[in-house]
Design a protein around this ligand. Structure first.
Ligand SMILES: Cc1ncc(C[n+]2csc(CCOP(=O)(O)OP(=O)(O)O)c2C)c(N)n1
Ligand SMILES: [Mg+2]
Length: 340
């Protein structure tokens, strides 16, 4: 007789095989390309501004991982919520937050999403259902579970997405959340962004179980490993997980196999991996190049693709301009938006 765990896993399509994902329509390819390019160009610009001293404090870039948030966002509907850690600019842009407000927060200006008082790791938008931005590794997992509890309590059919890293997956509160989420059948998708490193520590040096899709096994939470560099695979897995949650079946785990090209933060000497490793993944699997190549094969011209890039660069340049000229918050703002 099959164990209940196995039947849940089978019903949820839990497997390790990377089958070819369903094709995108041309419109979907263009949406994915534009949204991923916006994140890539935004992050490149943020890196430049950091180098110029216009951004201070912590800053963690998302370059290389763009397909994860863009593919997942394509599987959501308005009202679904997103929460993540500190590598968060891509998530905000994917949720529809404005580049201007995000960049101005990075430079500590009044027009930033937290009036210049939060910085890179602490931005929110209730309007766009983005709940941060958290510097404490793993904290967003229990908060994201709480968002799902609220949806369940209110009886709506919204789903919350809690993104976290391979390193965060080893935190204790993650498993307390898993237990409650399955026990109460909460509509939460745990999106584990396995980019192979937690700061300078590789997954194999830090994790006893490196198949993160299995991390919910003892709670009967189904999981799936996904090619997180292919936006179509991400969207397909997102659709499946969202359908599972909306049907009231409880949480779902998606392990996104991805890679970050830049250092952990701006001050990372990256001595723990070779330049060749990064170059090989960039060359063979880059999520943006994959879409570009498919569009070129479908007879889209280089000029048309360049026009999309130019349009995106314009948005990013305007955001950088705003972020350097907008005033800093007034000193009186020191005493607002705080608990006292
Ligand atoms: C509770 C806690 N412990 C340690 C840290 C320091 N720290 C910041 S990021 C990080 C690594 C997390 O790696 P991962 O979850 O893989 O996410 P990634 O940076 O790869 O996106 C650590 C240990 C922290 N911010 N909070
Ligand atoms: Mg990591």
């Amino acid at each position: 007789m099959a164990s209940p765990k196995k039947s849940v896993a089978k019903e949820a399509g839990q497997d390790k095989a990377h089958r070819s994902p369903p094709e995108f329509t041309r419109e979907q390819e263009l949406t994915a390309l534009r949204d991923m390019l916006l994140i890539r160009r935004f992050e490149e610009k943020a890196g430049q501004l950091y180098g110029m001293g216009a951004i201070g404090g912590f800053c963690h870039l998302y370059i290389g991982q763009e397909a994860v948030v863009v593919g997942m966002q394509m599987a959501l509907k308005k009202g679904d919520q997103v929460i993540t850690g500190y590598r968060d600019h891509g998530h905000m842009l994917a949720c529809g937050m404005e580049a201007k407000g995000v960049m101005a927060e990075l430079t500590g200006r009044h027009g930033g999403y937290s009036k210049g008082k939060g910085g890179s790791m602490h931005m929110f938008s209730k309007e766009k259902n983005f709940y941060g931005g958290h510097g404490i590794v793993g904290a967003q997992v229990s908060l994201g579970t709480g968002l799902a509890f609220a949806n369940s309590y209110r009886g709506n059919d919204f789903v919350s997405l809690a993104y976290f890293g391979d390193g965060a997956s080893n935190q204790g509160q993650v498993y307390e959340s898993f237990n409650m989420a399955e026990l109460w059948k909460l509509p939460v998708i745990y999106v584990i962004e396995n980019n192979r490193y937690a700061m300078g520590t590789s997954v194999t040096r830090s994790s006893a179980q490196t198949d993160f899709s299995k991390r919910g096994d003892s709670f009967n939470i189904p999981g799936k490993q996904v090619d997180g560099m292919d936006v179509r695979a991400v969207k397909a897995a997102g659709d499946e997980a969202v359908a599972w949650c909306r049907a009231g079946k409880g949480p779902f785990i998606l392990e996104m196999q991805t890679y970050r090209y830049r250092g952990h933060s701006m001050s990372d000497p990256a001595k723990y991996r070779t330049r060749e490793e990064v170059e090989k993944i960039r060359h063979d699997q880059d999520p943006i190049e994959q879409v570009r190549n498919r569009l070129l094969a479908a007879k889209m011209s280089e000029q048309e693709l360049k026009a999309i890039d130019a349009e995106v660069r314009e948005i990013v340049n305007a955001s950088a301009d705003f972020a350097q000229h907008d005033p800093e918050p007034d000193a009186s703002e020191l005493y607002t938006d705080i608990y006292r």
